[in-house]
Structures are given as structure tokens and as C-alpha cells.
Write a protein that binds this ligand. Structure first.
Ligand SMILES: [Zn+2]
Length: 86
């Protein structure tokens, strides 16, 4: 009987069975208990920094046209001032 070979092929370990727990979302190394879900404090800090960076990039208030015009004026004024100052 050669059925055994087929059975072996079917019992390939699923990805979830590799290592205990999920891998570090930053670098893919196995996560450590103290720094779950990351492999190290460094990766945890990196992820936190990335999070904060993304938050800062999102404007808290949406500008309407009037605000944009004022902003443009302010930038123009600053620009001409800078040229004169230099
Ligand atoms: Zn990591």
C-alpha cells in the first residue's frame, strides 16, 4: 500500500503551529512574553513611534477655503519677509 505517502503530504504543519504565539509584527521574530506581541522592547517602541507619527500626519481640523486663503497669505508674507531679511 502506498497510501502512507499521501497521508504524510497532507499533514504539513500549518503556519500557526510554528513557534508559540504570533510573530513580532515589526520584524517577524517570535514574540517574547514580556514584550508581547513584539519580540523586544525595541520593536514595541518602533511600533509606538510609527503610530504617533501617523497620528501627527492626520490634520486634527479640516481647513475650509477661507482658512486656506489665509494660510496662503501668511506663507506668502513669510516668504517675502525671508527674502528681504536674507
Ligand atoms: Zn521584532
Amino acid at each position: 500500500m502506498s497510501d502512507d505517502d499521501d497521508k504524510k503530504a497532507a499533514t504539513v504543519k500549518p503556519f500557526a503551529a510554528a513557534g508559540r504565539g504570533k510573530p513580532c509584527p515589526m520584524c517577524g521574530k517570535p514574540a517574547q512574553v514580556e514584550t508581547r506581541p513584539f519580540c523586544s522592547k525595541r520593536c514595541a517602541d518602533l511600533d509606538l513611534g510609527r503610530w504617533l507619527g501617523e497620528e501627527y500626519r492626520i490634520p486634527a481640523v479640516e481647513l475650509d477655503d477661507a482658512d486656506l486663503e489665509e494660510l496662503e497669505k501668511a506663507i506668502e508674507e513669510q516668504g517675502s519677509k525671508g527674502e528681504k531679511g536674507a
